[in-house]
Design a protein around this ligand. Structure first.
Ligand SMILES: Nc1ncnc2c1ncn2[C@@H]1O[C@H](COP(=O)(O)OP(=O)(O)O)[C@@H](O)[C@H]1O
Ligand SMILES: [Mg+2]
Length: 335
């Protein structure tokens, strides 16, 4: 059984459990002893903050202790750090693109400049103060290093633009608001950034930037687009590519997260087999691309779940499982 370590495991019970079902032994690492994913892994590990000088050595010690074959960073928080620590974490494979790719995609202005230079469509974007007179309103004042749909302000005219540029508390850019329908494409690439699959989905409903309802779509144009964008960027492992389909037919890319997306369970249910592909890469295999091989029409609807913990005799938090009470009524069909 290959062992997979997840960093910043947080709430990603869905991902840890999916790798376990794919045959992996799992190690979940997090700073917070109340991170739910810790309690769904075979081994849990409390580690320092990602910006602590001892963070990488703590991860390297876990790689050695558990004979980890694959390291999967689950959030933006430590992706660049873990990617840059590739040699310190060897012989485990780090499932992330090169550090400069993580950095570029983590800054939406740098990402836009990269897309323009590489022929990937992207909404017209400027630094505040460089917005030309012919910019098409509505405009967005959008945080450069953002997540969770935070710090995005809509401006309908130059006066509102000036107001939001002046009052936003974060370093921002100005971007034309897309007019079409938004899509998200969950891709997976091998260690040579060859795209193995791309699964588009609709955004039926999102909350705080996370898609909570969506449907897998057999849309050849979006599949092709997702694969081309992923390969141009140099994605290694999973990424989530967000784009719009505009009235003129263009597909401007607004956000790329080089990690498993929040809606991971949907492509999984649609047959992505991304955990199996990740394990194959860890074994040094080279799986063949199967672009478009997934089930369309799978609809996901997400909800909160919970876990109760108690302190055991050693002062460790452990899952609390109370004996089920005796049935107080007969089962249906019994007397
Ligand atoms: N240029 C744009 N036009 C229209 N909507 C946008 C644009 N940029 C962002 N949005 C909306 O805001 C949401 C969050 O923006 P995004 O760039 O994905 O940042 P993040 O997910 O990192 O917070 C998007 O899912 C989309 O609905
Ligand atoms: Mg986004």
């Amino acid at each position: 059984m290959p062992t997979v370590m997840f960093t910043c495991a947080g709430q990603r019970v869905d991902i840890v459990s999916a790798f376990a079902r794919a045959g992996a032994t799992t190690v979940a690492a997090d700073l917070d002893p109340l991170a739910p994913a810790l309690y769904h892994a075979d081994h849990k590990a409390l580690v320092p903050r990602v910006d602590d000088p001892g963070y990488v050595s703590a991860l390297a010690a876990l790689v050695a202790e558990h004979d980890v074959a694959l390291v999967v960073p689950l959030t933006d928080l430590d992706q660049e750090i873990v990617s840059a620590a590739r040699s310190a974490l060897a012989p485990a494979l780090v499932l992330a693109p090169a550090p400069d790719v993580c950095r570029t995609m983590g800054d939406k202005y740098l990402a836009h400049a990269f897309f323009e230079a590489r022929g990937i469509p992207s909404p017209r974007t400027w630094l505040p103060g460089e917005v030309p007179a012919d910019a098409r309103y509505p405009l967005l004042v959008k945080v450069r290093e953002g997540f969770g749909s935070r710090h995005i302000y809509h401006a309908e005219d130059p006066e509102q633009l000036a107001f939001h540029v002046r009052t936003t508390p974060v370093e921002s850019m100005v971007q034309e608001r897309c007019l079409g329908v938004e899509f998200s494409i969950d891709v997976f690439c091998d260690t040579d950034a060859r795209c193995l699959n791309a699964i588009p989905r609709s955004m039926i409903q999102s909350k705080g930037g996370e898609s909570i309802k969506g449907e897998s779509l057999q849309d050849p144009e979006l599949i092709e687009h997702g694969a081309r964008v992923a390969e141009t960027i140099g994605i290694v492992g999973p990424a989530n590519i967000q784009c719009f389909r505009e009235p003129d037919g263009s597909l401007p890319v607004t956000d790329v997260n080089p990690r498993f997306g929040g809606a991971f369970p949907l492509p999984l249910a649609a047959g992505s087999r991304y955990p199996e592909l990740a394990l194959a890469l860890a074994r040094g295999e080279r799986p063949e691309p199967r672009l478009g091989e997934f089930r369309a029409g799978v609809v996901m609807t997400r909800f909160f779940s919970d876990l109760c913990l108690v302190t055991d005799g050693d002062g460790e938090l452990v899952p609390f499982a109370e004996e089920l009470p005796e049935p107080i009524a007969a089962e249906p069909g019994e007397t």
